[in-house]
Design a protein around this ligand. Structure first.
Ligand code: MG
Length: 204
């Protein structure tokens, strides 16, 4: 399976990163070794001093497809979970400054904690109104709503599939809202969709 991550997909986050609006979605990838499941602790890597959380809604693909038209895209994912796109911001900045790819800042081991539980689409009243949030040590640090996505779920699935064949079990991280920030050793992270606690783990 593969993990596809969308960048710059919420206006407020775009502003906090000093980026401009894009004509098309932008994506990068993480390998399957980036996954961290079952609320396992995350061990702070020694190559960064500025590890950021990015809380994101995650689509799970359940049908093989390529060059999917946007109007059919909703048939290709059936569940939504929550995940964190951990980013070594200091390393990413160094890579960007040099015009280099920034995989080492994004694709490292366990950089993609995800919820064990994914919610079937049928359980949502409205896919364009999904609240989600991240609490660190009991304080809400990031919250978002799918209504604020620049490129919606169907557009993302359609766009990515123009380049990559989507396969069963692939995950699409749909981008983070504003409020990204640092974690430190000892932090407890709790991620919610609506009021449902889906992920709860420690930084060690
Ligand atoms: Mg992200």
């Amino acid at each position: 399976m593969k993990i596809i991550c969308i960048g710059l997909n919420y206006i407020d986050h775009l502003k906090e990163m000093g980026s401009k609006m894009l004509e098309n979605p932008v994506f990068f990838m993480k390998p399957d070794t980036a996954l961290l499941r079952n609320n396992q602790p995350f061990f702070y890597p020694d190559f960064t001093k500025e590890l950021h959380y990015e809380l994101e809604l995650v689509l799970r693909i359940h049908k093989v497809g390529r060059s999917i038209a946007e109007k059919y895209a909703s048939k290709y994912y059936n569940e939504i979970g929550i995940g964190i796109d951990f980013t070594a911001r200091d390393i990413q900045r160094q890579c960007k400054d040099k015009g280099l790819p920034w995989e080492i800042a994004k694709a490292f081991d366990y950089s993609a904690p995800i919820s064990s539980c994914f919610i079937p689409l049928a359980e949502f009243n409205n896919l364009q109104d999904i609240n989600f949030r991240l609490d660190i040590n009991g304080k809400t640090v990031q919250q978002g709503n799918s209504r604020d996505l620049i490129f919606g779920f169907n557009r993302l699935v359609s766009y990515v599939s123009q380049f990559l064949t989507l396969k069963i079990g692939d995950l699409i991280f749909t981008g983070t809202p504003a409020g990204v920030g640092q974690v430190k050793i000892g932090d407890n992270l709790k991620a919610y969709i609506g009021n449902e606690l889906l992920m709860d783990f420690e930084i060690k």
